[in-house]
Design a protein around this ligand. Structure first.
Ligand SMILES: [Zn+2]
Ligand SMILES: [Zn+2]
Length: 213
């Protein structure tokens, strides 16, 4: 059987993830995704995520596996170069992705919001330092200029867009420091709102205690 890497160029991991390039074998067994071909008939909109409602499907097992495979190629290179710290960093990401693939992404963080990914800033090459490398693939930005360009997250970590976008399509956080970024996931939005409200409530209580003491 031809492997994913036989069929797809590794030069463009983002492109390789698009639905038309799906490795049908890896995606179909646990999470048959027919949403591209069939209109959804569910009417209870509150129970649906934007991914189920919109044109794009929820990330499935195959999406996590493909990204783990891509990160695996970065890891192999680090092994050859002997960068153990970065190998360990990639090992952790790969382990996480494979766990998430097993659960079809149900237990991990939700994807970053579409608008957040769309609005990621383009960082000009002259703005990164000479020694700066993409945190995911560890390639120096200056020496290995990515065609898709460089971006940074609000936590100020820099990445090749090719490396961070596929991660953000599966996780609403920075793979390095885990700082959260926005998500469209209604469950995540509700959790955030509840946490805000709980914080206000706690603050209001403190104020009252102070007034009546
Ligand atoms: Zn990179
Ligand atoms: Zn970060």
């Amino acid at each position: 059987m031809a492997s994913y890497f036989d069929d797809h160029s590794l030069e463009d991991p983002y492109k390789a993830r698009r639905p038309n390039n799906n490795n049908a074998n890896s995606n179909s067994r646990f999470n048959p995704d027919l949403s591209h071909f069939m209109p959804r008939e569910d009417t209870d909109e509150t129970a649906q995520t934007p991914y189920q409602m919109g044109a794009t499907s929820m990330p499935g097992e195959g999406d996590f596996r493909r990204l783990a495979q891509l990160f695996g190629t970065f890891r192999q290179r680090e092994e050859a170069l002997g960068d153990e710290e970065h190998q360990e960093f990639l090992d952790n990401l790969i382990t996480q992705l494979m766990d998430e693939a097993g659960a079809s992404g149900k237990h991990g963080p939700p994807p970053a919001s579409k608008s957040f990914i769309r609005d990621l800033p383009f960082v000009p090459l002259k703005e990164v330092k000479r020694d700066d490398a993409c945190i995911i693939c560890n390639e120096n930005f200056q020496e290995n200029e990515s065609k898709a360009g460089i971006t940074k997250l609000p936590c100020k970590h820099f990445f090749d867009r090719d490396c961070i976008v596929p991660w953000l399509e599966l996780h609403n956080n920075c793979p390095a420091c885990r700082a959260e970024v926005p998500s469209d996931d209604p469950v995540w939005i509700k959790k955030k709102r509840d946490a805000e409200l709980a914080k206000y409530a706690a603050e209001a209580e403190v104020d009252e205690d102070w007034m009546y003491s």
